[in-house]
Design a protein around this ligand. Structure first.
Ligand SMILES: C[S@@+](CC[C@H](N)C(=O)[O-])C[C@H]1O[C@@H](n2cnc3c(N)ncnc32)[C@H](O)[C@@H]1O
Length: 218
């Protein structure tokens, strides 16, 4: 399917930073087109930018959830519909902690999951946990906002504890991509500590930059 034009998405000028960037969107489109998933998933629809590029790249059923579309003037759903991609989407106006366990219980399987919902550590951790239950072997999970300490800490937990996932390098520095390779066969008492000092530095620097931009009105 043709790649959408970024400028065709309605994203309020004041909130450009909420959606994924044009470069990230185009990267995701190309990635899922190459991976050829049989179904895809995303947590956190926002302005529908990631949804539009994943659906148009993969052309398969896309499960999406977001309890707060009204905070985004429904623009996520409207953008996807405007591009004629809504026929592929199964949307749930719910928090991921409600929708994901239900999809898992229903036996839904996906091959690609994009996580960009709640951004606290526990939000991302829960989303990764359930996304894995839905993910077929060989499937991918992609985390957005790699600049955040919460995201980096979840990624560190995966790297140190989840030997059935391997990190796949990408040219996108704000995305972290993992591929599932087999089932989780850890012992019942397995635990390895996780966390990174690098994340403390990058999070602090980025937070300062964001505060400075906000103070300057940019
Ligand atoms: C950064 S925005 C996503 C932007 C989107 N990827 C795009 O490209 O337009 C985060 C979204 O996650 C939603 N959200 C926050 N917590 C959530 C949760 N626990 N489950 C599902 N969605 C959540 C918010 O309502 C918001 O729409």
């Amino acid at each position: 399917m043709a790649m959408p034009r970024y400028e065709d998405l309605d994203i309020p000028a004041a909130d450009q930073g909420t959606a994924i960037s044009r470069a990230e969107a185009e990267f995701l489109h190309g990635l899922v087109a190459r991976l050829k998933p049989a179904a895809t998933l995303e947590v956190g629809m926002g302005y529908g930018c990631s949804a539009a590029y994943i659906i148009s790249g993969a052309g398969v059923t896309h499960y999406a959830m977001d309890p707060l579309q009204s905070d985004y003037q429904g623009l996520g759903l409207r953008n996807v519909a405007k591009l004629g991609l809504d026929g592929y989407m199964k949307f749930f106006p719910e928090f991921s902690h409600a929708a994901l366990p239900r999809l898992a219980a229903e036996g839904v399987k996906v091959d690609f999951a994009f996580i960009d919902g709640g951004h606290r550590f526990d939000d991302i951790f829960i989303d990764f946990y359930y996304a894995e239950l839905l993910l077929r072997d060989g499937g991918h999970i992609c985390l957005h906002d790699a600049w955040m300490r919460s995201t980096q800490t979840v990624a560190s937990w995966v790297r140190r504890n989840k030997k059935n996932f391997v990190q796949v390098p990408t040219p996108m520095k704000n995305l972290i991509l993992f591929r599932k390779r087999g089932e989780d066969d850890r012992a019942w008492n397995h635990f390895r500590g996780f966390g990174t000092w690098k994340s403390l530095v990058s999070h602090s620097v980025n937070t300062l930059k964001r505060k400075a931009r906000a103070a300057l009105g940019r």
